[in-house]
Design a protein around this ligand. Structure first.
Ligand code: GCO
Length: 456
């Protein structure tokens, strides 16, 4: 076991695993659940590989007690999951489906009974289809619908849930789902992407207020997918290309949340297609939060493009790649965390997702060895330790993901889990990385904190 600087982590550091409703639950029509945009997207020919969908997924909806037993074996402190809006409010607005809330009630109680803290994401992409039919996230009215949904969830779970994440990766929802068309709802309009981004941020602000009211004493934040963007060289334009990609991916969300304004360079870029930004919107978005959730998997190297577009990705020759083709760049997580602390000074940070897909297979003895994923996790956790040692207020790390699961447009082809799922039988098989992560967590707990690295 490589000697990771685990003593950099404080004794109360939170070790977790992350998931999302549509990717693991299944039971797509059970107990009153309504249709989501992902059910509709999956049913649209050609959108999702192999025609896969979330009808069954990992059947977490029924098998979660056994999965909680796996979490206990793993020794994690926390489990990140999302609540499916279509389970709670099948019509998107209006009547609340108590049977849908009952599931999350049971899940929260069973996690707490197992000594595992629930970290609840309120929105992880599964918008009720009736909301999309009524205009979706490009429509400002969706903010009000989201508020009603959050009131129902926080009202039922707020007495027991102490950690809330309003949104997961608004950049992906906005651009991949509304401009590139590769995710549900499959729209292809930059203006829709910007309107979606604004309304997701606005609804984040409203959700923060609701959580403060209905879950007093809990902490609330938002999860962004963020990268440290490296300039390929010092050729003219490389730095400018990196700055533009940083604005597109990172600053468009970080600045409103932490500075109360959209970044001016990007406002100029999109001036003609910006949504209505009403008086008070930015104040709503920028209200204080307790933590920033960071999802990071890789870090791009960019250069000026020669064809007139803003930038081009430069392929590194000397790095490993995961099954997603993503370059393994652990120092990128360190540099990202240092940059966030320097430029945005969040009160606290959690790495709410980090992990890797590899083409895992079962050996003749039935086990699943995954040395590449173990090396990936060691590298990134080591990078996180370096950031903590430099004073970054990192409070926890969640591996993506507990289970192999539905990887959006890739269907079930990409496996990110610490636990292998045999989709024919839904049998769970802990991989080598499950045991490595378990041992790493135990080692860090045993080490306590080195005074040199004691984090204030
Ligand atoms: C995301 C989502 C997860 C993905 C994971 C791997 O970050 O895209 O939060 O749902 O499955 O990141 O792509």
């Amino acid at each position: 076991m490589p000697n990771l600087p685990l003593s950099a982590f404080p004794p109360n550091f939170v070790w977790g695993a992350a998931t999302a409703s549509y990717q693991i639950e299944g039971a797509a029509t059970e107990d009153g659940r309504g249709e989501s945009v992902w059910d509709r997207f999956c049913a649209t020919p050609g959108k999702v590989r192999n025609g896969d969908d979330g009808t069954v997924a990992c059947d977490f909806y029924h098998r979660y007690p056994n999965d909680i037993a796996l979490m206990r074996e793993l020794g994690i402190d926390a489990f990140r999951f999302s609540v499916a809006w279509p389970r709670v409010v099948p019509g998107g607005r209006g009547p609340v489906n108590d049977r849908g809330l009952d599931f999350y009630d049971r899940l929260v109680d069973d996690l707490l009974a197992a000594g595992i803290a629930p970290y609840v994401t309120l929105f992880h992409w599964d918008t009720p289809q009736p909301i999309e039919d009524a205009g979706g996230w490009p429509a400002r009215a969706t903010v009000d619908a989201f508020v009603e949904y959050v009131e129902a969830v926080a009202g039922r779970l707020g007495d027991r849930v102490g950690h809330w994440i309003t949104h997961n990766e608004p950049w992906v929802v906005s651009w991949v789902g509304h401009a590139f068309g590769h995710h549900a709802p499959g729209r292809t309009s930059d203006a829709d992407a910007l309107a979606t981004a604004h309304h997701l941020l606005l609804s984040h602000g409203r959700a923060v207020q609701i959580v403060r009211e209905l879950s007093p004493g809990s902490e609330v934040g938002i999860t962004l997918n963020l990268d440290f963007v490296y300039a390929a060289g010092d050729e003219d334009g490389d730095e400018a290309a990196a700055t533009w990609v940083d604005g597109f991916h990172n600053r468009w969300f970080l600045d409103p949340i932490f500075k109360g304004a959209y970044p001016q360079d990007m406002v100029e870029e999109w001036r003609e297609i910006l949504p209505e930004i009403a008086d008070g919107d930015l104040e709503q978005i920028a209200q204080p939060i307790d933590f920033l959730g960071v999802n990071n998997y890789t870090s791009p190297l960019v250069a000026a493009d020669t064809d007139g577009s803003r930038s081009r990705i430069v392929r590194r020759a000397d790095v490993d790649r995961t099954d997603m083709g993503w370059e393994v760049v652990p120092e990128g997580l360190r540099d990202l965390l240092l940059r966030l602390a320097r430029d945005y000074a969040p009160k606290a940070i959690y790495v709410t997702e980090n992990g890797a897909a590899y083409p895992d297979v079962r050996g003749h003895d039935g086990s699943v060895g995954d040395p590449e994923r173990q090396a990936y996790l060691e590298g990134y956790i080591g990078a996180a330790a370096e950031a903590v040692a430099s004073g970054v207020p990192l409070r926890g790390y969640f591996a993506w993901s507990l289970l192999d699961n539905f990887e959006w447009a890739w269907g079930y082809w990409k496996r990110f889990g610490l636990v292998y799922v045999d989709y024919a039988t839904l049998e769970r098989v802990p991989k080598g990385s499950f045991y490595r992560y378990r041992d790493l967590i135990a080692a860090q707990r045993a080490q306590g904190t080195d005074d040199v690295y004691a984090v204030a």
